[in-house]
Each structure stands twice: as C-alpha cells, then as structure tokens.
Design a binder for this molecule. Structure first.
Ligand code: SIN
Ligand code: CO
Length: 390
C-alpha cells in the first residue's frame, strides 16, 4: 500500500504550515490531492444524496431576490428524486460524512496527517452545475477545499467576527460584503485550497463540479463541561456534601462568600489528581465521539473469510468514519473509540490499535498476535476496514 504524500506545496513543510498558515492564512496547494481525480463522478454523489441514511442538503437559489421572499431555499435529507425536478439554474447538493460511504476517500485524510485525527470532522462534498454556489460565507472551522471534478472559482475576502451581519431571512448564513478580495482563482480537479476559520469565501462552479471539504473541528467548552458532568457523576466520592465555613447571616440570603467557598473547592478538586483524571477522561470522550450515527454494515465476513483475505494480501486500516485514538499519561496508555474508553484490551491488541489510529495498515503478519475473533469485532464495530490490494 503506497503511503499518501502530505497535501502541502513542495516548498512548505508541515511545521511551517502549522506555524504560518494553520488558523491564520489561506494557502493554495496546486495538485495537493491528485488522488481525487477520477474517483467520483457527479452522478455518484447525486445517487448518494438520495440514500436513506445519508445526511444531505439541497440548496437552491432564485435568480433574483423578490421582495419579502428569501432568495435561497434549503431542503434537508431525506431527499427524493422529486426534489431534483424543476430546479432553478443555480443549486447545490451537499452530502456530509462521506468517509462513512467510501473508506477509500476517508483514507485521503492521511494527506492531512499533520492535523491530529481527533481534530478532523468529516469530508463533505458539494455538487453544483455551472453557476451554483452556497453563497458568500465564513465557517468557524479550518477547511481544506479539494476539487474532485470540474472546476470552481474561489474568492477569499476579509476575516469575519461576531459582528458580521448576515443577510436577513435566508435559511443559510450568508452575507454580501466580503471586503477586499485577496484571492481569486479557479481550482481544477486535484487542487486544494486551505481556508482558515472566519475567513470569508465564495466558490462558484464553473461547470459540473464536485468539491470535497475536508473539515476540521475543535471541541467547545459547552461540550467539555457537559462531559465533565457525565464523568464526575460516576465518582461517588463527589456526592459527599462539602464542608463549608459558616458566618452569621440573614437567613434568607445566599451570600457571595458561600458561593466563593464552593467555587474554591470545585477548582481545588479540578486542580487535584482526581480532577486531572476527570478532565482527561471528559476531553477524551468528547473528542473521540462521532458526529454522525454509525451505519450498520450490510454484509459481514466470517472470521475465516477475514483471515483468508488477510492471507491473500488485504490489510486492515482505521476506518476514519469512526474515531479511534489513544492518550498517554505517566506511562499508561488509554484507547478510545467513538466516545468510549476501551478497558478490556490487552497489550498486544492495544499496540495494534494504536498503530491503526496512527494511520498504519496492518498485514496478516502484524495481526498474528491477536485472536482472529477480536479482529472480527474491530471490523464489526466499524473501527477498521479491510482494504484489498488493487
Ligand atoms: C462548497 O463546496 O461549495 C462549500 C464548501 C465551503 O464553503 O465550506
Ligand atoms: Co465554507
């Protein structure tokens, strides 16, 4: 299996990208992802958009804005063929979480291995005929916009912030004014444009066009606090009422001093070793959660068929529609899959799962140390997929 080269211009190292561009400025990577060329045709994505379990959106744009009427219409999945009848000239269909439908496409995340797996969100495709777009907008996340088919003209403008005003009464967050245009180029199949968070961008299909967004994510404090509460409620010692100093006070008042004393004990607990454990567990659960429900595999192999395929040269690889990651602390390794810590894994299996999480492919010789039934479970859980040699 040949390794996928990093998606970076020849004269920019991964370290340089992270320090100079990541979350700061855009970067065009000409032919950064040539593997996408010929991988999919527009019809493949239109077909996928109609699948029952897919997360898709159809966005249509009226040619002109009528008074008291929104110019854009948004229809969320499930989509039917009838939704594609009588479309206006300009429309776009978006399909999320493509790694779930194509592990081969998911594997292209390895071109972005300088971004840790837990900060990857999903691969979304947009299909639009000539003139289609999703309007001028910004995103809160970093995104690599990879052209897969046809061409799209991308314009980049100013950085936005919480004061940026969106066009009123439209179903999507768009605006008219992108400020000074700092980039204006047509991307051809295989080209990639990195867009940092909050940078305004506008992409217009030049012809039948597929654009693949490799979107990133970062947890927010709301998720962490929510997870902290979940983890902390497993710790029965935290149910014991606190000892609080008491001063004479009006019986109806809850004094600031009391709140401060409670806050101090809360912070002290978070700062303690127990707090470290709770925070580590809470963060690991949040960042290893999948955003979309898992699909139940349609067909499963028998254990014998799995071992036979491996013996014939197939390899096991991490399935990037699932989250498999590990953290290390004081010599101890914890593995997580889809929001849960894996507690029943022995050392050999853990070593293999760590290699998979790091993007390695495992051959029949690599997996010989693990019981075939356990490998079967990994496959059934969706953590791995079987990649057959071409
Ligand atoms: C698109 O592919 O048209 C939209 C992707 C994006 O702007 O993030
Ligand atoms: Co965008």
């Amino acid at each position: 299996m040949t390794a996928i080269p990093l998606c970076l211009p020849k004269d920019i190292t991964a370290e340089q990208f992270l320090s100079e561009y990541w979350q700061k400025k855009p970067l065009l990577i000409k032919q950064g992802l040539p593997q996408l060329i010929g991988m999919f045709e527009p019809d493949d994505m239109l077909g996928l958009a109609l699948e029952e379990d897919v997360s898709a959106r159809l966005l249509t744009q009226a040619a002109t804005k009528q008074p008291n009427k929104s110019q854009w219409q948004l229809k969320k999945s499930p989509l039917t063929e009838a939704d594609f009848d009588n479309l206006p000239a300009q429309w776009t269909v978006l399909v999320q979480n493509l790694e779930q439908w194509s592990p081969e496409l998911g594997q292209l995340w390895q071109a972005f291995d300088f971004i840790p797996q837990w900060q990857r969100d999903d691969i979304m495709v947009s299909y639009a005929p000539k003139g289609g777009s999703v309007g001028k907008h910004y995103d809160d996340y970093d995104v690599f916009l990879a052209q897969g088919y046809g061409s799209r003209r991308w314009q980049l403008g100013k950085f936005c912030d919480e004061n940026t005003e969106f066009v009123a009464d439209e179903p999507i967050r768009i605006f008219d004014d992108m400020g000074e245009i700092v980039f204006d180029e047509v991307l051809e199949a295989g080209d990639v444009l990195y867009v940092p968070p909050k940078l305004s961008h506008f992409g217009v299909a030049q012809d039948d066009c597929l654009t693949f967004s490799f979107g990133c994510r970062r947890p927010n404090l709301m998720q962490i606090i929510d997870s902290l509460a979940d983890v902390a409620t497993q710790d029965s010692s935290l149910f014991i009422p606190m000892i609080l100093p008491q001063s004479l006070q009006p019986s109806g008042e809850l004094q600031t001093d009391s709140i401060e004393a409670i806050k101090a004990q809360l912070l002290q607990m978070l700062e303690s070793m127990r707090g470290d454990d709770i925070i580590r567990q809470a963060v690991s659960e949040v960042v290893s959660k999948r955003q979309y429900d898992a699909l139940v595999p349609e067909e499963t192999l028998t254990t014998d068929e799995l071992m036979q395929a491996l013996a014939e040269g197939a390899v096991l690889q991490a399935d990037y529609s699932n989250r498999l990651l590990y953290s290390k602390f004081e010599g101890e390794v914890n593995l997580y899959a889809n929001g849960q810590r894996l507690d029943e894994i022995d050392k050999d299996a853990a070593t293999l799962l760590m290699r998979l999480a790091d993007g390695e492919s495992l051959t029949v010789d690599d997996v010989a140390v693990v019981d075939p039934d356990e490998l079967m479970e990994w496959l059934e859980n969706g953590w791995v997929w079987l990649n057959y040699p071409a």
